[in-house]
Design a binder for this molecule. Structure first.
Ligand code: PGA
Length: 260
């Protein structure tokens, strides 16, 4: 895993955005896996800026979001449909028919999840997957003890995740208990994975994911099994990493490394 440590959230967001832009420049019809939450907001803002100021083109891009709350209509201000539209999709030129977000209101979850998996395959698989990490080490809504081979499915949220996400709702009682989420196995099939984390609250989860054992108790640790994953963190989220000095050294020496 490549670990890229930035001083600030803004610097981290910019570095990750450059990585996504590089994929887009090489593959204009790339399939991007999108994440919600507060972490990727800066990355999305930077991609929007690159689109508006530097002509970064999304006209051939296809997207798949990781997850959605069960029971929230797309118009609900805390639905991930709403979040993605407000924070990203309405500011760039992705054709609406190329946007995929799990449905939180389908009448048949099993059939929907199977269709979602199938659709990812039909579109050629995900080229670059953006991820956040929960304070319990989850990726998407793959809570501790999720199978590392899991596929898109209905999931019951952990109480700690409901607590973490209560800040976005009027009260804790309003936070949905269920979600539909891509599985860890689905995520691991992406060709490239970028995990972002900022803030002191994520430091333990990041250290466990990057340097701990591969375990379903920290589903982000499954990224250790992926051949092309990068972890973008700010100073605070990096504060529990034992190998920090090495990660910084690798980045310092990167410009002079033999080209692959
Ligand atoms: P956050 O959520 O970006 O809002 O911290 C991350 C996650 O739970 O995956």
């Amino acid at each position: 895993m490549e670990v890229i440590i930035s001083k600030t959230y803004e610097e981290m967001s910019r570095a990750a955005a450059l990585d996504v832009a590089e994929v887009l420049n090489a593959t204009p019809d790339a399939v991007i896996g999108m994440a919600t939450g507060s972490t990727p907001l800066g990355l999305y803002q930077e991609l929007v800026r690159m689109h508006k100021k530097e002509g970064l083109d999304f006209s051939q891009v296809t997207t798949f979001n990781l997850d959605e709350y069960v029971g929230l209509p797309v118009t609900h201000s805390q639905s991930y449909h709403y979040f993605m539209h407000e924070n990203f999709f309405k500011h760039v030129n992705i054709p609406p028919q190329n946007i995929h977000i799990p449905s939180g209101t389908t009448s048949n979850y099993r059939a929907f999840c199977d269709w979602y998996e199938q659709r990812i395959k039909e579109c050629g698989g995900i080229d670059v997957q953006i991820l956040g990490i929960g304070s319990d080490g989850h990726i998407a809504f793959n809570e501790p003890a999720s199978s590392l081979s899991s596929r898109t499915r209905l999931k019951t949220l952990a109480k700690s995740t409901i607590d973490d996400n209560a800040r976005f709702f009027k009260s804790r009682d309003e936070v949905p208990i269920y979600a539909i989420t891509m599985g860890v196995g689905t995520i691991l099939e992406a060709r490239k994975i970028l995990l972002l984390a900022n803030g002191r609250k994520k430091a333990e989860a990041v250290a466990a994911a990057v340097e701990g054992p591969v375990t379903s108790m920290i589903t982000a640790s499954a990224l250790q099994m992926h051949a092309d994953s990068a972890v973008y963190v700010d100073d605070d989220a990096a504060s529990k990493l034992q190998m920090r000095e090495y990660y910084d050294w690798v980045q310092q020496k990167k410009p002079d490394a033999p080209k692959l």
